[in-house]
Design a protein. Structure first.
Length: 326
């Protein structure tokens, strides 16, 4: 007999059990609706300590993010309203771009901090105005974390001027896992800095003797010579304006000083000049930014023949120099 012929043959296929291995990335989600307000309002001394921190202020949005374990990337958009980059400053082992609001304002630096601010589990990131800064945060625990903005005021070096109350805009923070929900920090600053003043010293200048022949006609001048008034400033960059008045006559013109007590000459007076031009009494001109320490404010003086009869003798004039500051 023949063996029965199988009607099918083959292999029995069983479903395979597939195992996958991988990593779970961290995710920080916006928690609640808390935002922050940073209002830096200080009075700081006007001293010459370049790149030295004076004080600062912070804005904290408490428990702003709910994060799992792992690595998360945050984005921080720093506003640039009213800020101009000056230079980098190293502070607490980090390099910060420092900004001014005017050419002589104190310098400002900014950072963002996420984490448990009191527990040491945080990441601090310097910020650059007008840019989005990326910050990686690696939480060591799972839970709620604060978002904080810090601003610090630094002495710039040289004399400074106040920052009037101003809004710098709104800073935004978001996670790559939840980009549509952003934490916002509004920032405003006001720094009051007292105006520095300089000290003017009295000056005396003697013109050389002159002969009558050198002053033969009205309008003739002779023996012009230079001298300086000493000004001592506690810092560089003090913005100084100057004006001169005749000490003995309110209505003097063209730099001609009225005869002071002790004058015995006639037909001649002293003419005061600044930068080669007769001083206009009562008018103000800009000396510009001072140096630190003693500097001379230059003048020249000369004899000027007047229309009246020439009488030999001594001629004296007196002026008052006034400095004002900004």
């Amino acid at each position: 007999m023949r063996a029965p012929t199988p009607i099918f043959s083959g292999r029995l296929l069983l479903p395979a059990l597939l195992l996958y291995a991988g990593s779970v990335e961290a995710a920080c989600q916006r928690n609640g609706t808390r935002d922050g307000t940073l209002d830096l309002a200080l009075t700081m001394p006007n001293i010459d300590r370049p790149d030295t921190r004076f004080s600062g202020s912070a804005s904290t949005a408490a428990e702003a993010f709910n994060c799992t374990l792992g690595t998360e990337t945050l984005s921080i958009q720093m506003p640039a309203a009213g800020l101009t980059y000056v230079r980098d400053i190293v502070y607490e082992a980090r390099t910060y771009p420092a900004y001014q609001t005017s050419p002589r304002s104190p310098l400002l630096i900014f950072n963002h901090t996420i984490g448990e601010l009191t527990g040491g589990n945080y990441e601090r990131t310097p910020l650059r105005a007008g840019e989005v800064t990326r910050s990686q945060f690696v939480p060591t625990t799972q839970g709620l974390f604060d978002s904080a903005i810090n601003v610090y005021a630094f002495f710039r070096g040289g004399a400074m001027e106040s920052i009037p109350a101003a809004s710098l805009g709104t800073l935004e923070v978001w996670s790559q896992s939840d980009a549509g929900n952003r934490v916002r920090h509004t920032i405003s600053v006001q720094l009051t800095v007292p105006v520095l003043t300089c000290t003017l010293s009295a000056a005396s200048h003697t013109l050389d003797d002159v002969s009558a022949n050198a002053l033969a006609s009205a309008g003739d001048t002779a023996r012009e010579s230079a001298f300086g008034v000493s000004m001592n400033c506690p810092s560089a960059n003090v913005d100084v304006d100057l004006s001169v008045a005749d000490a003995n006559a309110a209505g003097g013109t063209n730099g001609v000083l009225a005869l002071a007590a002790g004058s015995t000459a006639g037909g001649v007076q002293i003419q005061l000049l600044q930068a080669g031009v007769p001083v206009q009494f009562g008018s103000t001109w800009s000396h510009g930014f001072s140096l630190k320490g003693v500097q001379a404010i230059p003048f020249t003086a000369r004899y000027l023949r007047m229309p009246s009869a020439l009488v030999p003798g001594t001629v004296k004039g007196e002026a008052v120099l006034t400095a004002t500051y900004r």
